[in-house]
Write a protein that binds this ligand. Structure first.
Ligand code: ADP
Ligand code: NI
Length: 224
């Protein structure tokens, strides 16, 4: 099988396997991550673009969030499929990327300095911030039936209590930290612009939320 046919086969495989995911994890997320990863890789000249593209295409296929917490069956499926389409040579390399791309799930035994991993990780993180990141966060929050924002941060005695998780709190838990986690210079540059846009968004969000109250809400950043 030639490389173009292999890419088409992987695209089809990914589309089939992501059907039950939320729409922030849909095919277009994969397509954006692929483009970002290829762009970063070209600028940084780090790795074989073919492996970068394959790893980007497959990076969410075995996501444990959508597989009752167990990614292993997903990894086997990918492994078998890669063998089937004559990609055994790069199979273990690609699997190392997929297994270690998520910060929370990464394996201690994995190769974390692999350039392909670093590039695809940057691309995935960039797609979680900026205008698209905001859209994805609220989409994911809706999918989980979370509140958009929970400003009830004082209990009946006037003591601060930890705000219940909301999509706005996800910005402080994760999204606003991502620009500090970028591996490559190219991604850092892209992240700076997207980060700034999220700050503008939050400022406007609080302004509209507080409209007419004359009181300043305590931003959830105080609960970090
Ligand atoms: P990763 O790919 O690093 O595992 P996730 O799958 O956790 O990242 O997140 C994917 C997308 O879902 C991101 O856009 C992220 O912001 C969003 N998301 C994850 N958890 C939440 C949450 N609790 N509230 C809102 N958005 C979330
Ligand atoms: Ni992803």
């Amino acid at each position: 099988m030639n490389k173009n046919d292999q890419i088409s086969a992987i695209e089809e495989f990914v589309k089939q396997n992501m059907k039950g995911y939320d729409s922030g994890h849909d095919w277009w997320h994969i397509d954006r991550v692929r483009k970002l990863a290829l762009y970063i890789n070209e600028r940084e000249d780090l790795a074989d673009p073919f492996i970068v593209e394959i790893a980007a295409l497959l990076h969410d296929t075995a996501d444990s969030k959508f597989a009752k917490g167990n990614s292993e069956p997903g990894y086997s499926l990918i492994s078998d499929f890669m063998d089937e389409i004559e990609m055994s040579e790069i199979r273990d390399h690609v699997l190392n990327v997929i297994r270690n791309i998520s910060f929370s799930n990464r394996k201690k035994s994995g190769n974390h300095s692999d350039p392909v991993l670093r590039v695809v990780q940057d691309a995935d993180r960039l797609d979680a911030i900026g205008a698209i990141g905001i859209a994805r966060a609220f989409n994911y929050g809706g999918f989980r039936n979370n509140k958009i924002y929970n400003p009830e941060v004082l209990d009946s005695s006037g003591n601060r209590k930890t705000a219940t998780a909301s999509t706005i709190s996800h910005f402080y838990d994760k999204l606003l930290l991502l620009k500090y986690r970028m591996n490559t210079l190219t991604a850092k540059r892209l992240a700076a612009e997207r980060h700034e846009f999220m700050e503008i968004f939050l400022k406007e969000f609080y302004k509209e939320w507080e409209f007419g109250t004359g009181t300043k809400q305590i931003s959830q950043s105080s609960f970090r």
